[in-house]
Design a binder for this molecule. Structure first.
Ligand SMILES: NC(=O)c1ccc[n+]([C@@H]2O[C@H](COP(=O)([O-])OP(=O)(O)OC[C@H]3O[C@@H](n4cnc5c(N)ncnc54)[C@H](OP(=O)(O)O)[C@@H]3O)[C@@H](O)[C@H]2O)c1
Length: 277
């Protein structure tokens, strides 16, 4: 599978697994755990979660899924902006570690920009890193101007990613944030890569999919995987979806496919506010 290099020189697979709303998935908790385990077995070892998801319930699901296979997984979690202060982040991180059943988080993110000074948040990230509780840190939902402010603060050059909404129908970051990150070797984590399912009814995806014997979801993921410096984290609470998503990493879109996708989902021709969920 294609991999992406983090600035800390670690390589991680470009296709991972999201977990938002996994506690309320129609297929149920047991299948969600099974789906995550299968994804890990198939090489989708980046598992993205957050203290916000189900107010801790999803971190517990992830903890169950990775029990006995912690070393195979690159674990990502996020703290609420309101918990991004020196005192509260240390406590939030400890709660996440307990729910995840581990002694370290591979990548800990600030979930979105908040009111705690970024200098304090970065300082706390560095302290948690020194203590070995997190191995890398980063941000989420920061636009091009926001990431530049972080970058210029003490410790800001240590971030290894910005996790943002990016999929075929939300390409705004290609104007500014994505080139800025590429120039600095910072990979972006693309969240909501399937548009939460909405993208999958698009006729262009169905048409291109037919040429590859693939489903629309697989085309949407293959497109993201064709982008340099991008890591996608689709959420699938169903085992069948996980299998399908993994196969997306084997699809190579050709020039005609990419041109048709550009026609159906044009790249931006100017700046736009960062899309968020
Ligand atoms: N940093 C942030 O602020 C932020 C915001 C949003 C999301 N995220 C992260 O990004 C992850 C992914 O985003 P998301 O959950 O918003 O949406 P998504 O991954 O775009 O879509 C998830 C939906 O697509 C369905 N699905 C998955 N694979 C499919 C397939 N092969 N065929 C058909 N349907 C399929 C899932 O169904 P089933 O579950 O039934 O399989 C689920 O309903 C999240 O889970 C979370 O980890 C981060």
């Amino acid at each position: 599978m294609k991999s992406v290099e983090l600035p800390s020189a670690k390589r991680v697979p470009a296709l991972g697994q999201g977990t938002w709303q996994m506690e309320e998935g129609g297929a149920g908790r047991r299948e969600a755990i099974e789906a995550l385990r299968l994804g890990i077995d198939l090489g989708m070892t980046v598992v993205d979660t957050a203290e916000m998801y189900g107010e801790g319930a999803v971190e517990e699901i992830v903890g169950e899924a990775i029990a006995g296979r912690r070393d195979q997984v690159f674990l990502v979690s996020k703290c609420y902006p309101r918990n991004a202060s020196r005192k509260r982040m240390v406590e939030a991180c400890a709660r996440s570690l307990r729910r995840l059943g581990t002694d370290r988080i591979d990548l800990y993110l600030l979930h979105w920009p908040g009111s705690v000074p970024i200098e304090e948040t970065l300082d706390t990230f560095m302290r948690l890193k020194d203590e070995g509780k997190i191995l890398d840190y980063g941000i989420s939902n920061f636009d091009a101007r926001g990431i530049q402010r972080v970058w210029s603060a003490p410790g800001g050059g240590g971030i290894v990613t910005d996790q943002v909404l990016y999929n075929l129908s939300e390409r705004g970051i290609e104007w500014d944030l994505l080139p800025w990150c590429r120039k600095r070797g910072l990979p972006l984590m693309a969240y909501t890569p399937l548009g939460q399912g909405a993208l999958l009814r698009d006729p262009a995806l169905a048409r291109i999919g037919r040429r590859h014997g693939a489903m629309p979801a697989q085309v949407a993921l293959a497109w993201l995987l064709s982008r340099d410096g991008v890591l996608a984290i689709p959420k699938a609470g169903r085992v069948a979806h996980v299998r399908e998503n993994r196969r997306a990493a084997d699809i190579v879109l050709d020039a005609q496919d990419l041109a048709e996708l550009d026609a159906a989902f044009p790249s931006p021709d100017g700046p736009s506010p960062l899309a968020i969920l």
